[in-house]
Design a protein. Structure first.
Length: 335
């Protein structure tokens, strides 16, 4: 993890309000538990994947409830240390597919760019929690080579900015990246995979909106919201501002035991997302990453939830239930 990158704002830009807010994030389970009135502090374990929760996200957790679905996503439960067969450090084969310089070209026409390993929040189920980002990001030093690779392959129609969280980078850097991408003649679409507008709505500020508005190609921003309780007034305002720039807002969620593994949870999530102007895109089965087995929901249970959602919601509010299989040419859609 290169979380420190967050605390070192780009030298060419001034420190934005969201960057200052990030520095006030909770860095220890005990501090968050005290803030939420959880006495005594629920059991937790120290882990190499650091604890990190912005105050704006903690504000949506219920006070005094150790089973809160938002808290569960970030809590380093003792179960993280249990060995579970089939759960490893690189569950989706990203290391095998990496071309270096943060370029991941697994699917036809789409290239995923890992811009940074930094995230505002650390989700305990993250499939990249053990990813060795050093040498595997499209950093400034690698950027010329990344551009050459994009220009050299006319089959690439879409670039996906990913991470970590690409919006961890300052807007001056992102605007420069966007300008360089706009100069790739065969590029038709841009996509941004980010959780920052969710966990830190102040990230959607004028500087971000300015370069997004200017970017000439159709753009989608794929958010990561797992539970309806994550959608508050601040996030809705951030979504409205993003939409005014002309971007399409989609959501990908992860199906997590004890967080959102019921028809009621998933239905409420889809409805709340659409109220915020966001269309549900994928519901991912958990990637089998070491330390996350306690979040696992079996495929049959997941399929049942989907079938019941289809009975209750319009088709466009039912996400695709998908699994990522290492080495496959696309996500595997299950239902
Ligand atoms: C998920 C993913 C994509 C995007 O897949 P879509 O089905 O187009 O959303 C692209 N590249 C990689 C490496 C991915 O993991
Ligand atoms: S925001 Fe995304 S990349 Fe970052 S820790 Fe959470 S799931 Fe992983």
């Amino acid at each position: 993890m290169i979380a420190e990158a967050l605390a070192a704002p780009d030298s060419t830009s001034t420190v934005a309000a969201w960057q200052r807010e990030l520095q006030e994030s909770f860095r220890s389970p005990a501090a968050l538990a005290a803030h939420l009135g959880l006495e005594p502090c629920p059991p937790h374990v120290p882990t190499a994947f650091a604890f990190r929760v912005p105050r704006a996200f903690a504000a949506r957790m219920r006070r005094g409830d150790p089973a809160d679905p938002l808290l569960r996503q970030v809590w380093p439960a003792p179960a993280e240390t249990h060995e579970a067969s089939g759960f490893g450090p690189d569950p989706v084969g990203d290391l095998a597919a990496a071309r270096g310089d943060g370029l991941l070209h697994k699917y036809h026409g789409r290239v995923l760019l890992t811009l940074t390993g930094a995230c505002a929040v650390h989700c305990r189920y993250c499939f990249r929690r053990h990813f060795p980002y050093a040498g595997q990001t499209a950093s400034r030093g690698a950027w010329t080579r990344v551009q050459e690779a994009l220009h050299a392959d006319p089959s690439i129609e879409e670039v996906i900015l990913s991470g970590g969280d690409p919006l961890s980078l300052p807007d001056a850097r992102l605007a420069a990246i966007a300008d360089d991408l706009a100069a790739v003649p065969h590029l038709r679409r841009l996509r941004i995979h980010t959780r920052q507008p969710v966990v830190l709505p102040s990230r959607v500020d004028d500087a971000l909106l300015a370069w997004l508005s200017r970017f000439p190609l159709p753009t989608s921003v794929v958010l990561h919201v797992n539970h309806a309780n994550e959608i508050d007034a601040a996030l809705m305002a951030a979504c409205a501002a993003l939409r005014r720039t002309g971007v399409h807002l989609l959501n990908q969620a992860v199906l997590l035991r004890g967080v959102n593994d019921s028809v009621a949870d998933q239905t409420a999530l889809s409805v709340a997302l659409f109220d915020a102007g966001v269309v549900p895109y994928y519901l991912h089965l958990l990637d089998r990453v070491r330390g996350a087995a306690h979040f696992h929901v079996p495929e049959e249970a997941a399929t049942t939830i989907m079938m019941q959602m289809r009975d209750r919601l319009p088709g466009y509010l039912v996400p695709r239930l998908a699994r990522e299989d290492a080495g496959a040419g696309a996500k595997t859609v299950i239902a």
